[in-house]
Design a protein around this ligand. Structure first.
Ligand code: ATP
Ligand code: MG
Length: 410
């Protein structure tokens, strides 16, 4: 049923090596699910009854990682595989290896178990299929194959309890349903509504990872819509209850831009999305009557980033990227003298220009600044000079508008 050509040769060799050493070993999770649904599997996870130490000993190029969830990275020059030991998912044997907090959230899970037990601690039935590339058999203890056939995301066990254990599963259900084009089972939907609020207790580091998986996988716009329909957006994105139309449009258009880039295999970054989604909050903090105060603009940037950081972490390299994009928005509005040449040479010019276009689309702005920059980039130096000269003539009337973001502040 699964074509082994779709599976990484390295992953198959690691499974074979473990089996040669008398361990059980299977490909598991996303790669099996994706191969069965006609998608291109991207990362290959392996499940085994060998302990992390035994796996480590079997492969020279490997290292044990993680504390909360110990596993082994096995790698060659170009690939990295995650090899995880079967876990029992319950703490009956050894209370120390599974730790939960007062709400039932799992804080640590290092209690080894059997394949059957390992199935039960996974989130959704379609994610609990174990494939042996040697016998080509699939182990399916929770009707995952049936649910793939019926195109539905079903929880393993009572979703209310499972989402208490790990609230991030609600975001995962939404992500997989869009990725696979599957429905979400009604019990899972109810659990998302009932337990979604527990996402407020998840660390900002983990939510940043999830933010990236949800919004940078090429389905960002669709995922955003579904997340909003379950009212979960506030657990990922700083949002203002009185936000205007521009604030929701700018997120949609920024996600559409990112989705298109994924489709065209161009580079993408969470920084671009963060710059877009926080932009309305920044404008709000530093503007009055449709005019922004430039000094306040600069002073407000860190504050806005800090507010989002309470929700999702923002690694430092992205904070400086985001601030560059913001400051360049001001520079893109001033188009006289030598300023446009300097702006064009800025290493983040391209991203800032893309964001300018996103802002124009989101606000319905027709002033043509984006078009001006499109022309300015295309032209050779002599033409550029005349574009700027033209601008200089208009400059009185235009400069009045320079820092006016009327359409975005309405
Ligand atoms: P993708 O890589 O496309 O996001 P995936 O299914 O591979 O999808 P991973 O996060 O890589 O997702 O996890 C691999 C497997 O580990 C999952 O298929 C699932 O079986 C299990 N798993 C991951 N996260 C959880 C979780 N929060 N709760 C229960 N099981 C999980
Ligand atoms: Mg995966």
């Amino acid at each position: 049923m699964i074509d082994n050509n779709k599976i990484s040769k390295f992953a198959i060799s690691v499974v074979q090596e473990l089996q040669k050493n008398n361990f059980q070993a299977y490909l598991v999770g996303g790669c099996v699910r994706d191969a069965l649904t006609g998608l291109e599997p991207k990362d290959f996870d392996i499940a085994t009854n060998a302990t992390p130490e035994q796996v480590r000993k079997t492969f020279k190029a490997s290292r044990i990682i993680g504390k909360r969830f110990k596993l082994v990275h096995v790698f060659n020059r170009s690939e990295l595989l995650e090899v995880a030991t079967f876990r029992s998912g319950n703490d009956q044997k050894d209370g120390d290896n599974i730790v939960t907090d007062a709400s039932g959230k799992i804080l640590r899970d290092n209690n080894w178990g059997t394949l059957e037990q390992d199935c039960d601690r996974r989130d959704f039935t379609v994610n609990a299929l174990y494939y042996c590339p040697v016998t080509k058999k699939i182990e399916d203890h929770n009707d995952g194959l049936k649910h793939i056939h019926k195109k539905v995301i079903v929880s393993i066990g009572d979703p209310q309890r499972r989402f208490e254990e790990d609230p991030v599963r609600s975001l995962r259900a939404i992500r997989f349903s869009n990725k696979l084009n599957f429905k979400i089972d009604n019990l899972v939907k109810d659990a998302i509504y009932d337990k979604g609020h527990l996402l407020s207790g998840i660390s900002n580091a983990r939510l940043f990872d999830e933010f990236c998986k949800i919004f940078l996988n090429g389905m960002g716009e669709k995922n955003f819509e579904k997340i909003c329909s379950f009212h979960l957006n506030k657990y990922l994105i700083l949002s203002d209850p009185n936000r205007n139309d521009f604030a929701s449009n700018v997120m949609t258009h920024a996600l559409r831009n990112t989705d298109d880039r994924v489709k065209n295999q161009q580079s993408i970054t969470p920084g671009f999305l963060m710059a877009a989604l926080l932009w309305p909050s920044l404008l709000k903090k530093c503007s009055r009557n449709g005019e922004i105060n430039v000094r306040k603009f600069f002073r407000s940037m860190d504050g806005v980033l800090r507010e989002q950081q309470k929700i999702t972490a923002i690694p430092r390299k992205f904070s400086s990227y985001i601030k560059d994009i913001w400051v360049l928005q001001l520079k893109l509005h001033s188009r006289i003298g030598s300023q446009p040449y300097k702006t064009l040479r800025h290493p983040r010019f391209r991203a800032a220009y893309d964001f300018l276009l996103v802002r124009e689309r989101a606000s319905g702005d027709k002033s043509g600044i984006g078009k001006w920059w499109t022309d300015f980039q295309k032209n050779d130096d002599s033409l550029r000079g005349s574009i700027i000269a033209e601008m200089n003539e208009k400059s009185d009337e235009e400069s009045a508008k320079i820092f006016g973001f009327y359409n975005e502040l309405r």
